[in-house]
Design a protein around this ligand. Structure first.
Ligand SMILES: Nc1ncnc2c1ncn2[C@@H]1O[C@H](COP(=O)(O)OP(=O)(O)OP(=O)(O)O)[C@@H](O)[C@H]1O
Length: 818
């Protein structure tokens, strides 16, 4: 029996003002007392503990004085737990995790463990770590974010454990510290009025330490390698109790606060009951919260435990600090029953007993020879008895297995018969029916298992210890798994309740409403059912596998169909645009030809007019002025028409009628000019002369020197025509440029279209393939089902044959009526 080690740590004041005022708490050796400020101690406010750490203490001293021994004992096979308890912002996380400059208990313990292992050269170690949090009464794995809301289970082999929690095998301290760091990221923190980084959950860092001695070759005795030590070390940072009014919590924080207070209250209740002493103790409400359930071995069980209670020095926290100290005082009274956790193999157990006999034989040479002789005989008898008993048990077990097999077969056929002898009654399809049937069978089988499991697993692998923790616990095995669970309790677990609890009040949890009993998780079926169940399972697994593959194929088809339907609008749009693009391209292709044709036409008309002019000019019938004005009129007409014509073509107006119209107009005008030229074989009219004069004046050349004027004028005209020709050439070039750009664009669009078409084709092909695969799967599935049904009917026939041959009546305990 060993008492829990309890220490108190006083946090330094947070604000400078508080530091100046001094603290109300005075620490002397292992005693802490409340004083009036600068005054005498207050009576009934003085407490003594195993250790007191004042404001100036650091994490190193906490570790060395309070935790180190527990850590070292864990390496020797003793379970160990260290946890920090106290109101919010009093320094629990600082103590457990520490800071960069002053690492806390957890990192120190991790480093210490690996350093110590280095020195234990005679043993081999296997270390596994896990890190979990209890947030709002739900257990989450901090090492694997997806592992949430994990259930607590209990087995004789493992005791209380969290199912599904990741356990990492580790080899060095750095690896563990990295895991902790990764886990810290997933932990729930939140800001409250009292702590900017307040832990909103209880965290449990756990190390499972397994070790065995390295084999010594010379030894004939019970080999030390037959003995494996397994210890569990829990390092716990509890969330802080809080008064809602002070933390200013609302919304999520308020909900968290209630859960925190509730679980701490249950912890307080457990501590209260345990501190009552074994006679008055009664029922210990471990099952009222997940925290106490997990910490059960640490509280009155098989573990070395230390608690560090942190308090805040500020005046406003005096009440809470008193509560914490009262909690600590009660915890101090708790005794644990600590023992090394050794697991022995059967061979090791026998060797041990033989060893004891040998020792006694040696003692025979001493004075109490006769007595010792007797003792040896007795031990030998015991050994024989043990051997016989074991044989008998084995036989019984074998018999039980046989009758259980038989029972299962009977149940199976009963289920078949009672369900209209067809699978289809179990569901809409055969496989569903099989699933249900199997479920039912397994459930019934589990019920039997849960009643007889204790016998099966009571193997001598565990060192027999009548006062062991596991044995003590078994008397609660009839309690519901989540017995009086204070669900409606969150409404009452407020600050006042917490304070009352800390002042020694024990909430009557048993009177609170209870949640319905949960079925105890059954052990997986043992190999006793291997005959039919494994075949059955094999088939079912195959069916499930096929089903899964079918689902996957269907999913893939759906995916492809979705993609296809997404692609259809865009490809439709592209297809719709294609004729227009083709038209554009054709237009662009035709454009230069059409333009050159038009120009050709205009050129013909122009040449015709020119020949008339030349003729008239050579005959001297046409004055230069008339010739020039005609020329300029022709030029203007020609360019205007060409301009309009080009513009129309550039705009993509593909109106041949428009082209023709323009040409017709131009020809008409040219004809008019020719007619007027032919008519003007008479001398220049007065009006023409007038016009010509005005032109000449305008040009500033005067009327004199008709030849000079016409030359200059013609040059000018020639130059302007040259310029215009250049402009036209430029325009043609830019048109060609645009044309090539459009061609490129068109080529791009066409290749895109081709790609889309290709993609569509492959998708269609793939879909066809998948459909083929689905067909294959369906066929395979159907054939599996068929063979399963035939297997089942074979089995049934065999059973019936067997039953006909040997009618067996099963024991009543298996629920057989006939
Ligand atoms: N012994 C100490 N020395 C220096 N600073 C400390 C000490 N104890 C606590 N602190 C500081 O006080 C603040 C609150 O401490 P901490 O977060 O550890 O409190 P807590 O009890 O874990 O609170 P909660 O329950 O809200 O999570 C932190 O800023 C921490 O660094």
């Amino acid at each position: 029996m060993e008492k829990i080690c309890v220490a108190v740590r006083l946090r330094p004041p947070v604000s400078a003002e508080d530091s100046i005022n001094g603290t109300f708490w005075k620490v002397e050796d292992n005693r802490i007392s409340l004083h009036k400020i600068h005054g005498t101690p207050l009576s009934s406010s003085s407490y003594a503990f195993d250790h007191i750490f004042d404001e100036s203490s650091n994490n190193s001293s906490v570790y060395h004085l309070l935790t180190k021994d527990i850590i070292h004992a864990a390496l020797d096979g003793f379970n160990g737990t260290a946890f920090a308890y106290g109101q919010t912002s009093s320094g629990k996380t600082f103590t457990m995790n520490g800071s960069e400059t002053d690492p806390g208990v957890i990192p120190r313990a991790v480093r210490d463990i690996f350093a110590k292992i280095e020195t234990m050269s005679d043993r081999e170690f296997l270390i596994r770590v896990s890190y979990m949090e209890i947030y709002n009464e739900e257990i989450n794995d901090l090492l694997v974010v997806e592992n949430q809301k994990l259930p607590i289970h209990e087995s004789l082999e493992r005791g209380v454990f969290v199912a599904g929690l990741r356990e990492e095998i580790v080899n060095n301290a750095e690896q563990v510290l990295n895991l902790i760091q990764a886990g810290e990221v997933n932990r729930h923190f939140g800001e409250t009025n009292m702590n900017v980084r307040s832990s909103r959950s209880h965290t449990i860092f756990r190390m499972v330490i397994e070790s065995k001695g390295k084999d010594s070759e010379s030894s004939n005795d019970c080999s030390i390698s037959d003995v494996v030590r397994v210890s569990v070390l829990n390092l716990v940072d509890l969330a802080g109790s809080e008064r809602i009014a002070k933390t200013g919590a609302d919304g999520v924080r308020l909900k968290e606060g209630k859960y925190i207070n509730k679980s701490l209250m249950v912890l307080g209740n457990v501590i209260n009951k345990l501190s009552d002493g074994s006679k008055q103790r009664g029922h210990i409400p471990y099952r009222d919260s997940k925290l106490t359930r997990i910490l059960q071995p640490a509280l009155g069980g098989n573990a070395k435990t230390s608690i560090i209670c942190t308090i805040a020095p500020e005046e406003i926290h005096i009440e809470e600090s008193r509560g914490t100290l009262q909690f600590a005082s009660r915890a101090k009274r708790i005794t644990n029953c600590v023992q090394v956790n050794e697991i022995l193999t059967d061979a090791a157990l026998l060797k041990r007993q033989q060893l004891e006999i040998e020792e006694l034989r040696k003692k025979l040479q001493g004075s109490h020879a006769e007595v010792l002789e007797q003792e040896i005989l007795k031990l030998r008898n015991d050994l024989l008895k043990y051997e016989m008993e074991r044989g008998k048990l084995e036989m019984e077990l074998e018999e039980e297995r046989k009758s259980r097999d038989q029972w299962i077969r009977e149940q199976w056929s009963k289920i078949e018969n009672s369900n209209t002898k067809s699978f289809s009654d179990y569901g809409t399809n055969d496989s569903q029916g099989l699933g249900l049937m199997r479920h039912r069978l397994t459930e019934e089988y589990s019920e039997i298992n849960s009643t007889s499991q204790e016998d099966i697993f009571k193997s001598p692998c565990f060192k027999a210890a009548p006062s062991a923790f596991v044995a003590q616990r078994s008397k609660y095995s009839s309690l519901p798994d989540y017995g009086p669970l204070p669900d409606a309790f969150s409404n009452v677990a407020d600050e006042d309740m917490w304070l009352k609890m800390n002042n020694g009040y024990v909430a009557d949890l048993d009177s609170l409403q209870t949640t319905p009993t949960r079925k105890v998780q059954s052990f997986p079926p043992s190999d006793t059912t291997a005959g039919c169940t494994s075949e059955f399972e094999k088939y079912e697994l195959e069916v499930q596998d096929l089903r899964r593959q079918l689902e996957l194929a269907n999913e893939r088809i759906n995916e492809l169909e979705q993609k296809h339907s997404e692609d259809v609008p865009s490809s439709k749009q592209l297809m719709g645009e294609t004729p227009k693009r083709q038209q554009d391209t054709q237009l662009i292709h035709e454009l230069p030809l059409r333009l050159s044709k038009s120009v050709e036409n205009f050129k013909d008309s122009f040449e015709e007019v020119l020949s008339v002019i030349q003729r008239s000019a050579s005959g001297g019938k046409l004055s230069t002025a008339k010739m020039l004005s005609t020329m300029s009129e022709i030029g203007v007409q020609l360019f205007t028409t060409l301009e309009a014509h080009f513009a129309m073509n550039m705009n993509g107006e593909r109106c041949l009628t428009g082209d023709n119209e323009q040409q017709k107009v131009f020809h008409e005008r040219m004809n008019k000019i020719i007619t007027s030229l032919e008519l003007s074989e008479s001398p220049i009219t007065g009006q023409e002369r007038k016009h010509l004069c005005s032109c000449s004046e305008h040009k500033g050349s005067g009327l004199g020197g008709e030849t000079a004027y016409s030359k200059e004028d013609l040059n000018e005209r020639y130059e302007s025509l040259g310029r215009e020709l250049q402009l036209l050439k430029d325009e043609r070039d830019s048109l060609l440029q645009k044309f090539s750009e459009s061609s490129e664009k068109l080529a791009m669009v066409s290749s895109q279209k081709e790609n889309v078409l290709k993609y569509l084709n492959t998708e269609v092909q793939r879909r066809k393939n998948l459909e083929g695969e689905v067909k294959q799967f369906t066929a395979a599935f159907a054939s599996r089902q068929k063979s399963f049904i035939s297997f089942h009917s074979d089995h049934k026939t065999k059973l019936e044959k067997l039953r006909a041959q040997t009618p067996i009546s099963l024991p009543k305990s298996f629920g057989c009526q006939d």
